[in-house]
Structure formats: structure tokens, C-alpha cells
Design a protein around this ligand. Structure first.
Ligand code: ADP
Ligand code: ASP
Ligand code: MG
Length: 422
């Protein structure tokens, strides 16, 4: 008997009809002779609606209470799904993240899983039940408060449970048929990727391809859990995310895909004295505020003033905390002012074959220039090139880059089955 972990995203359980369809799929998996653990997200855009609600009563809600509120979304879907399965004559038990043994650190809104103790799930499985677990949440080891794993975190719950339960496979059900060469909502001519390495998927996820949560891919790589990303609206084979096998890179396409991210912002510290220790002081403050930076650029200082500007990108949602932390230290650091721009977008080109192929950046920059897109910042890794552009240019840039690397399909095959793209 195999143990299958399945995760259903918000659009797969958006309403009662969707929940009933998903319940049938789960029961079919059970009837095929598998033990089944299901991780479920909040219905439709519930999480966004709860965030809007919180913001209506408080512009900066206390992080503990925000987590308490948001986890309610997943509790609704887990209970409703368990009911739909019971209605099909099968036993299903729902569990919160805490009941399922998802233990985290205490950083609200971006907690990391530090242990998984799924004793209650094991007993329920032994008793013949299907287990339904609320995604995206856990309980802090130290404070015992309820935490969330960050937006899109249900994917990570699924892989963490798959690892802890030694599952045979982790299936991520969503509203597209798998991982594509670009977001099919922007590029209908994007092509489905049948198989992708953890390494490339990590870069895509880190670059904003929200099809999989970044930490879910890190977890899967660490524990070597194969992930099958597929649609809950079709029976098609999806995309397998697996370890890259030796030698396959040679046959690999040079580029695996183009990712975009509209959730970043750019903060510029203007007029920083050009002397030893200044950058260290700035980034220490940002790190103390638990903010993850992405790109960093320091301009050449103007000889006349001896001052320079330092710009970095960060999640837009962390903007206010970063500004507050830096403003408090203005005198000590001695910078002139801060500039904040959340109207930016990041475009990234990812491909393991880049290592061996010079000229990729030239083609990328050429494509953006031809499309009239101005580049504000650039960063690279061994298998990725990212650029920051104006947010209004994101769609144009993604199309241009996708076409320039011959990724457009001859015939449009990408289907978006549901979801609002919010
Ligand atoms: P779920 O609610 O099922 O977790 P998400 O909205 O988090 O779904 O992720 C699925 C969405 O990811 C798709 O609808 C698609 O718009 C988007 N997406 C972004 N990049 C890609 C990509 N490279 N391949 C497929 N989908 C992508
Ligand atoms: N419901 C959460 C979100 O919208 C978690 C998830 O869907 O993975 O971010
Ligand atoms: Mg998701």
C-alpha cells in the first residue's frame, strides 16, 4: 500500500461544487488502495479577503492576531472537505496544523517548520481514515502561538508531511496542468515542462513563479521527495519536480523558463557617507528587522561629495518595517534620505544550461531593449539572470524574453482552469 500526500490549492476548493469534485478524487485515490493525507488551502481568495478585513480595522495588525485570523481560512476548508468525503461514505478526519504536529519557529507570517510530529495522523491512517490537514500553519515551539508559513505555504505543509510520513509521492493540485515555461496567465503560448530539477524549480520559485512555494522545493530537495504538480480540473499528467540525474543536463533545454514577481519593492538609501562599515550598518538593521533582501546595488560615489546611494529590493510587505528601522538610525548612519518604490517588477530567466552557453545575457538585454523596456537593476546566479523593471512593463518584458528564447509554443496548449490570479 502506498502513502500519497495530496495538496489542493485555493482555486481547487473555491466553492461547494469544487469541494465535492476534489472529495471524489480523494476517495478514488483511497479506493485504489492508497493511504491518503490531504493538505488543503483556504477556499478561493479567502486569505486575501481576510487580510483586507484585518486592514480595515488596523493598518498594521499585530502579527500574532493576523496569523490567528488567516489560519481560520484553512480550518473552514478542512472541515468542509472532510464533510464532503463523509458524504461519499468514507471516513475523513480534519486536523489543524498544530494537531498534525507541524512545529515551527515563532516568526509570525513567515514561520519556518522546525519539526513535524504526525502521531495523530499515523493513528488516524491506521484506523482507516483519510486525513485532511489545514495547510500553511503550525504552532510555535517556544510561544505555543499559532503561526503561518507565508503566502503559498500550504505547498510546504504538504512536502513536510510527505517527508515526515515517508510518503511515496507528494501531489500538488492546482489550477493549471503543471509548471510552464512562463505563467500561462501572462503567456498563453507557454509550454508545459514534463520534468524539472529541484535546482531549476528553486530558482523559478525564488524568482516569483508562485506555482510552488520556495520552501516547499527546498524541503523536497533536502528529503528527496518527488513532487507531481498537476491540475485538479483535469486528469492530465503534470510536471515532475525531481533530482537532476547525471548527464541529463546535456540534453536539457538551455532555458527552463521565465518568472516574474510583482511583490517586490526597491528602497534607496540616498547620500550614504562612502566609508568603511556603512553598508554593514544598514544591512545589519535590515537583518534585525527579519527582512530578506534580494538585489543590492551601490552606486559609485560622487568624488565631490564623497557620498553614495545604496539601493536594495525587498518584499513590498516589509517596506514599512524597513523604512521605520532605517529612519530610526538616520543620525547614526548619516544618510540623507530614503526613497521607496513599490511600482517595480522583477523578471528572471532560469536555466541550468546557461552555465555552458555564453551570450544568454546579451539575448536577454537585446530582447528587452527591442521591446522598449528600461532595466533598473540586474543580478545573476549561475543559472539565473534577473532584472528589475517598471511594474507596468512586466507583461511586455515576460512576453519579449519568452519569445527571444524560442519558448513560445506553435499551438497554444496552456489552460488556466480557475483562480482569479490574485
Ligand atoms: P494554488 O492556489 O493552487 O496554490 P497558486 O495561485 O498559488 O495556486 O499557483 C498557481 C498559479 O501559479 C497559476 O494559476 C499560474 O497563474 C501561476 N504561475 C506562475 N508561474 C507559473 C509557471 N511557471 N507555471 C505554471 N503556473 C505558474
Ligand atoms: N491560503 C494561503 C495563501 O493564500 C496558503 C496557501 O494557499 O498556500 O497564501
Ligand atoms: Mg499556491
Amino acid at each position: 500500500m502506498a502513502l500519497v500526500v495530496q495538496k489542493y490549492g485555493g482555486s481547487s476548493v473555491a466553492d461547494a461544487e469544487c469541494v465535492k469534485r476534489v472529495a471524489q478524487r480523494i476517495v478514488a485515490t483511497k479506493q485504489a488502495g492508497n493511504d491518503v493525507v490531504v493538505v488543503v488551502s483556504a477556499m478561493g481568495d479567502t486569505t486575501d479577503e481576510l487580510i483586507d478585513l484585518a486592514q480595515e480595522v488596523s493598518p498594521l495588525p499585530p502579527a500574532r492576531e493576523l496569523d490567528m485570523l488567516l489560519t481560520a481560512g484553512e480550518r473552514i476548508s478542512m472541515a468542509v472537505l472532510a464533510m464532503a468525503i463523509a458524504n461519499l461514505g468514507h471516513e475523513a478526519k480534519s486536523f489543524t496544523g498544530s494537531q498534525a504536529g507541524v512545529i515551527t519557529d515563532s516568526f509570525h507570517g513567515k514561520a519556518k517548520i522546525i519539526d513535524v510530529t504526525p502521531g495523530r495522523l499515523r493513528s488516524a491512517l491506521e484506523g482507516g481514515s483519510i486525513c485532511i490537514v489545514a495547510g500553511f500553519q503550525g504552532v510555535s515551539q517556544d510561544t505555543k502561538d499559532i503561526t503561518t508559513l507565508g503566502r503559498g505555504g500550504s505547498d510546504t505543509t504538504a512536502v513536510a508531511l510527505a517527508a515526515a510520513l515517508n510518503a511515496d509521492v507528494c501531489e500538488i493540485y492546482t489550477d493549471v496542468d503543471g509548471v510552464f515555461t512562463a505563467d500561462p496567465r501572462i503567456v498563453p503560448a507557454a509550454q508545459q515542462i514534463p520534468k524539472i530539477s529541484y535546482e531549476e524549480m528553486l530558482e523559478l520559485a525564488a524568482s516569483g513563479a508562485k506555482i510552488l512555494h520556495l520552501r516547499c522545493v527546498e524541503y523536497a530537495r533536502r528529503y528527496n521527495i518527488p513532487i507531481h504538480v498537476r491540475s485538479s480540473f483535469s486528469q492530465k499528467e503534470g510536471t515532475w519536480v525531481v533530482a537532476s540525474t547525471e548527464g541529463t543536463e546535456v540534453e536539457h533545454a538551455i532555458i527552463s523558463g521565465v518568472a516574474h514577481d510583482r511583490s517586490q519593492a526597491k528602497l534607496t538609501v540616498v547620500g550614504v557617507p562612502d566609508k568603511v562599515g556603512e553598508a554593514a550598518a544598514i544591512f545589519r538593521l535590515v537583518a534585525e528587522a527579519e527582512i530578506n533582501l534580494d538585489m543590492v546595488v551601490q552606486n559609485v560615489s560622487a568624488a565631490s561629495t564623497g557620498k553614495t546611494d545604496i539601493s536594495f529590493t525587498l518584499p513590498a510587505t516589509d517596506g514599512q518595517s524597513a523604512l521605520a528601522a532605517l529612519n530610526k538610525a538616520q543620525e547614526e548612519i548619516g544618510f540623507e534620505s530614503l526613497r521607496f518604490d513599490d511600482r517595480i517588477g522583477k523578471i528572471s530567466l532560469v536555466g541550468a544550461g546557461m552555465r555552458a552557453h555564453p551570450g544568454v545575457s546579451a539575448t536577454l538585454f537585446g530582447a528587452l531593449a527591442d521591446a522598449g523596456v528600461n532595466i533598473e537593476m540586474i543580478s545573476t546566479s549561475e543559472i539565473r539572470i534577473s532584472v528589475i523593471v517598471d511594474q507596468d512593463d512586466v507583461d511586455t518584458a515576460v512576453h519579449a524574453v519568452h519569445r527571444a528564447f524560442d519558448l513560445d509554443a506553435d499551438q497554444v496548449e496552456a489552460v488556466v482552469y480557475g483562480g482569479t490570479g490574485r
